[in-house]
Design a protein around this ligand. Structure first.
Ligand SMILES: O=c1ccn([C@@H]2O[C@H](COP(=O)(O)OP(=O)(O)O[C@H]3O[C@H](CO)[C@@H](O)[C@H](O)[C@H]3O)[C@@H](O)[C@H]2O)c(=O)[nH]1
Length: 476
């Protein structure tokens, strides 16, 4: 019989695509040749996303692994802007017929369809094809638990969350302040909210949910999900915590300029500031950051991106003259580096000179930081990052809190950044010491989890076995 294939359906954002491809490759490795991978590629809605996706595919195609990329026909994106919170879900829905056709044309048996968590509308197609379907969850188990709670919360909290009395109950987590909820939940009138509740309901139909976490990182949350405490006692699909899925690149032949600069800095002396693919600073915010960093007295590597150019959604490369206070670069040249475009974040976090990370708190960035044992200061900007900030500080204990003004576009004043950086980096700060210690512990737990016999390794073996046993033919 032909080798069964696992079909992946990722979405295009780097934090989603990269993570799912890497999880797929791990599955391939665990199956010992028992499955191949087929990746269904949706044409991303903007040129810059398309070129990111093409770059990833080129790299994977050159890897020699048993992965086939199948490009789905383009669909006309919804006409409103790409950044709208409901955009991904609506855009994905338009691909339903193409996904079904692509899977039914496969000549080998299909072991499973693994969809990104924004793609739950496609659970209908997998049911029609009788293909076992799994959700790949690129964010934390805490976020997944909240998703599962949403249909009930929708009944329990009739007004806006921000106006409710008390805290939000997410089993397994400390009580969550409403102000820490993900951005799409902050305005129930917007379609993004309706879609989140919708996905929360539909996850229940999956055969299993694969989460990029390790059971050691989010033990009580995973236990609450498994006990049905997030779903009113109704058993939720089996969860496979297989992470941290952190894709490490082979060392570059020529070290990056940022890495070369770090080579000249003392151990654990530099604070990294980096805000994911979507974070940028206005000149007003950049001035506050500059003042805060300068007054903190600590060494820094600041990845600074500017606001998107007209008609685009992605941050632009920073114009340092326009964004920074006059004389800042000259005054700080012995202690700091400002890098105006994308930087190799993982290589930087891996460097011994980095002692702290001010991050937007995307889940991949968090896992990378934990993987290298770097304590954080979360500066949430959008998506579920406010919840991540809360869990990092109040649940995992690996970060120092910073006051972010959510009502003012997540503005942070310079004196607050200065305080947080000092608390994170000063040798005599209790807060920093505790976060560092906890981070070192988590680093050990992360590495152990993915080693042979570790919790994530074992979850991946169980998943691979289950998928191979469930393979079906779609092309009869
Ligand atoms: O200059 C940069 C900026 C980012 N990165 C990398 O890009 C990835 C960013 O991923 P992530 O930290 O997850 O951020 P987003 O791309 O913003 O991720 C989206 O997807 C995540 C997973 O669902 C969510 O947790 C986030 O909130 C959501 O914004 C990481 O691997 C970073 O190392 C770089 O290498 N260099």
């Amino acid at each position: 019989m032909a080798t069964p294939t696992v079909v992946l359906l990722p979405v295009w954002g780097v934090g989603h695509l990269m993570s799912m491809l890497d999880a797929g490759k791990r599955l391939l490795a665990r199956s010992g040749g028992g499955v191949s991978l087929t990746v269904l590629v949706m044409q991303a809605p903007t040129e810059s996303y398309r070129s990111d996706v093409a770059g990833h595919i080129r790299r994977e195609e050159a890897s020699g692994l048993d992965i086939r990329f199948h490009h789905l026909p383009a669909v006309e994106p919804p006409t409103d802007y790409v950044g709208a919170e409901d955009f991904i879900s609506r855009f994905v829905e338009l691909h339903a017929a193409h996904v079904k056709a692509a899977i039914s044309r496969l000549t080998c048996p299909v072991a499973a369809l693994v969809i990104d968590f924004f793609c739950t509308t496609l659970l209908d197609e997998s049911r029609e094809l009788a293909v076992p379907s799994y959700v790949y969850f690129t964010a934390s188990a805490a976020m997944y638990a909240l998703f599962l709670r949403l249909p009930a919360l929708q009944e329990e909290v009739t007004g806006e969350f921000e106006e409710m009395e008390g805290m939000v109950d997410v089993p397994g987590l400390p009580p969550v302040p409403p102000s820490a909820l993900p951005t799409p939940l902050m305005d129930k009138k917007k379609p993004g909210y309706t879609w989140f509740v919708y996905h929360g309901r539909r996850f229940m139909e999956a055969r299993g949910v694969i989460i990029n976490t390790a059971s050691e990182l989010e033990q009580s949350v995973l236990a609450a999900i498994a006990d049905g405490r997030c779903t009113h006692g109704v058993p939720a699909p089996t969860v496979y915590p297989i992470g941290p899925v952190v894709s490490l690149n082979p060392p570059a032949e020529q070290p990056h300029e940022c890495v070369r600069w770090l080579d000249a800095q003392p151990p654990a002396s530099v604070v990294l500031l980096c805000f994911g693919g979507g974070g940028f600073s206005t000149a007003t915010q950049a001035h506050e950051i500059a003042h805060g960093l300068e007054r903190s007295g600590h060494r820094f590597l600041w990845v600074l991106r500017g606001p998107p150019a007209a008609g685009t959604r992605q941050p632009s490369d920073a114009n340092l003259v326009e964004l920074l206070p006059e004389g800042f670069l000259e005054r700080t040249k012995e202690k700091g580096m400002v890098w105006p475009t994308r930087a190799p974040q993982k290589e930087i976090l891996a460097h011994a000179a980095v002692g702290g990370f001010v991050t937007h708190g995307g889940w991949n960035s968090i896992l990378e930081s934990l993987w290298f044992g770097v304590p954080m200061v979360p500066w949430p900007l959008y998506a579920e990052q406010h919840l991540n900030a809360f869990t990092l500080v109040a649940y995992m204990g690996v970060a120092v809190a910073m006051e972010v003004d959510r009502k003012r576009n997540n503005f942070v004043v310079g004196s607050e950044l200065e305080r947080a950086v000092k608390a994170l980096m000063d040798g005599d700060s209790d807060e920093g010491r505790k976060a560092r210690e906890k981070c070192t512990e988590m680093k050990g737990a992360c590495r152990k989890a993915v080693e042979e016999g570790g919790s994530s390794y074992s979850a991946l073996c169980r998943l691979s076995q289950e998928m191979r046993e469930g393979a079906v033919r779609t092309n009869m």
